[in-house]
Each structure stands twice: as C-alpha cells, then as structure tokens.
Ligand binder design. Sequence first.
Ligand SMILES: [Zn+2]
Length: 100
Amino acid sequence: MASRTSNTLTLIATAAASAILTLQVWQSGATAFTTSVVAVLAGTNIAWTADTLRRAYTGHTVTCPRAGCTVQISMTGTTPDEQTRLTAIAFDHSRHGENH
Ligand SMILES: [Zn+2]
C-alpha cells in the first residue's frame, strides 16, 4: 500500500516534470502558442498537485472500518461539530452501507 510520503513524492515529481517540460518546450523554440498551451497544462497539473497535498495534510479523512467497504469521507475546512457528525457517519457502516 502506498504511503502518504510516497504519494507526496510522486505528486511532487509529476508537478516538477510538468514545469521542466514547459521550460524545455519554451527553450526548443516552439511557438508562443505551443508554449502557452503546455504552460497551462503544467499549471493545471501543479495546481492539482498543490490541492491534493493540501487535502492530504490539512484535511481529515475517515474510512469505514467494515471489511470490504470503501466508504471514505474527506473533510477540509469543516467545523469541529461537522467533523464529529461526518466521522460518526463514516464509522457507522449501517448509516451509509447497502448491506446492513
Ligand atoms: Zn461502510
């Protein structure tokens, strides 16, 4: 199972590769249009990476303890009360599962 650290490294490597690719396309003498398209794609990738990392480190994810159930609730910016409510739903399989 991938750890959070290895996921983080993969994400950073992907974002870095996007940035390097943009630089290489620009330096290869590509047109401004091509360069800007690649830059936008790289920017999207980097923004997505930053968001994923922010969720991993600032968010809170609870997983249902029932074997075979893949329900996960991710919380970001939730109040303590809301977090307690959502955690209870995630932990109590009968509140979200199909087979009670
Ligand atoms: Zn469940």
